[in-house]
Write a protein that binds this ligand. Structure first.
Ligand code: S3P
Length: 176
């Protein structure tokens, strides 16, 4: 929580749930900065996520991701944080999220819906071979982790980004 008592809003969920798009719209509406964890990792590393995975492997990517994520949580100014899908894999990240007092919104959708959405988006190395199978495995492993950190769950399957933003805003208004 910031010194003023305002909180970050953190969007979590599997790849393809719209965290970056929704995050950008939400930050505009709230008049606060957006921190997109993949973009910040890429800026810090000077390479794309795909290049980091290819050259250094997933573990190295996760270390960078954790550094960036915890720095964004520590920022004094309340912001919207679009957290990459794998951020919740780390218990330390989950603990930092809990300790930050952030309002965490889980954007939830089925692997089937997400596989259709991510087709034609080639920037995610973990979805190169069998996107639906990978998303199913991730859902099985991660849904309980998203549930553990979430204050709010929004089923985004039938919603477009502006509608998701409205849902988030009404949740925030109800809880303030
Ligand atoms: C990943 C999610 C991606 C990116 C990387 C791995 C994951 O971010 O960090 O490809 O493990 O879920 P988005 O969730 O923003 O696509």
């Amino acid at each position: 929580m910031s010194a003023s008592g305002a909180r970050h809003v953190v969007l979590v969920g599997l790849m393809g749930t719209g965290k970056s798009t929704v995050g950008a719209l939400l930050a505009q509406r709230l008049g606060c900065p957006l921190h997109d964890s993949d973009s910040l990792v890429e800026q810090r590393a000077g390479r794309t996520v795909r290049e980091i995975f290819a050259a250094d492997g997933e573990d190295a990517f996760r270390r960078l991701e954790a550094d960036v994520f915890r720095d964004t949580l520590a920022a004094a100014q309340p912001s919207v944080i679009a957290a990459a899908g794998g951020v919740v894999l780390s218990a330390a990240n989950r603990d930092a999220l809990g300790a930050s007092g952030a309002h965490v919104v889980w954007l939830r959708a089925s692997p089937e819906v997400l596989a259709a959405r991510v087709s034609g988006q080639p920037h995610r190395p973990l979805l190169d071979d069998d996107p639906l199978g990978a998303l199913r495995q991730m859902a099985a492993a991660r849904h309980r982790l998203y549930a553990e950190v979430a204050c709010t769950v929004i089923d985004v399957g039938d919603l477009d980004p502006p509608a998701i933003v409205e849902r988030v805003l009404s949740e925030l208004a109800a809880r303030r």
